[in-house]
Design a protein. Structure first.
Lengths: 191, 120
């Protein structure tokens, strides 16, 4: 594989040789990213904690056999995290429709100044994201929040680049319908 | 619709800034897992030289363990001792192997010229 050296792969090699510092650095670099991704995909912090811990445990276990140059460690971890999220969502669904698990949208009675805050916007987006089908939500989160390229997302989700473009386009259309109407209801026109 | 989608950027920007912080306890649990895996890996590495399929272990097993190895060593030592100090009545193997070079005068004091002259 050409391209920049994968620092995470170097750290993983040091981890496999017993370097405790590498374990700490990888936890700080990748553990937090796995957790953030799981929170955004699952919309539940407790479940996201379990998923992120499980994903990192799999990373620790794969370390001795890791082949540098075949895949980026972060790409591998994102893929494992998303697969674990999908498992959680399937178990939760248990035969009911996805809409049963949709988070409640933010209270429209909240004041405009509150909605101007980042946390409120992020909360509104998260609520809207939770109404999307799983794969659309995963693609939108990776593309527009994690800011990954379409080929990277294609590798993580094991689909074609065209399929990524299709998922993100449909996801954005659905989000726009939900969020823009909220903005108008709240009299929030700009920003 | 494209204009509305562009309006989403403000939400995406806010979400990127509002990164869910990883709880400290979660980081501790991840590290505990990491150290447990490292301990397991180092344990495997320490055990590897004396692993059951090492050469000397296999040889020892083939010869019957420590008892067999002890018997073999005693037999070898006895063989070496007998080679250097044989009991009386048994030819010295060292003498058999390493023949001393000797000169034998078959005519002893007789001269060949003298013998020929006697025959006429």
């Amino acid at each position: 594989m050409t391209g920049p050296v994968d620092q995470d792969a170097l750290l993983l090699a040091r981890f496999a040789q017993g370097d405790a510092g590498a374990a700490r650095e990888l936890t700080a670099r990748l553990g937090s990213r796995a957790f953030a991704l799981a929170v955004r995909v699952l919309g539940d912090r407790a479940e996201a904690e379990d998923v992120a811990q499980d994903a990192m445990l799999r990373l620790w276990r794969v370390a001795p056999e890791w082949r540098t140059g075949e895949a980026r460690v972060s790409t591998w971890l994102y893929r494992v995290t998303l697969n674990l999220c999908t498992d959680v969502q399937r178990r939760k669904r248990g035969g009911t429709t996805a809409l049963d698990d949709v988070a409640e949208p933010p209270d429209p009675g909240r004041t405009a100044p509150e909605l101007l805050q980042d946390a409120a916007r992020a909360g509104a987006l998260q609520a809207a994201l939770m109404t999307l089908p799983d794969r659309q939500r995963q693609a939108v989160v990776l593309r527009h929040i994690e800011e990954m390229s379409n080929p990277e997302i294609a590798a993580i989700m094991d689909i074609s680049t065209e399929a990524v473009e299709s998922l993100t386009a449909r996801g954005k259309r659905a989000l726009a319908k939900k969020l823009i109407s909220q903005r108008e209801e709240l009299g929030y026109e700009h920003g | 619709m494209a204009e509305k989608e562009r309006g989403l950027d403000a939400f995406f920007d806010a979400s990127r800034r509002d990164v869910p912080p990883m709880p400290a306890e979660l980081g501790d649990r991840m590290l505990a897992d990491a150290f447990a895996v490292q301990a397991d890996l180092s344990g495997r590495a320490v055990r590897r030289p004396s692993a059951a399929n090492g050469f000397w272990t296999q040889l020892s097993d083939l010869l019957g363990g420590w008892y067999g190895m002890g018997g073999l060593a005693a037999a070898c030592a006895a063989g070496v001792w007998l080679g250097f100090a044989p009991p009386p009545g048994i030819p010295d193997p060292v003498g058999l192997l390493i023949q001393a070079e000797t000169a034998t005068d078959i005519f002893e004091s007789q001269s060949l010229i003298l013998a020929l002259s006697e025959d006429g």
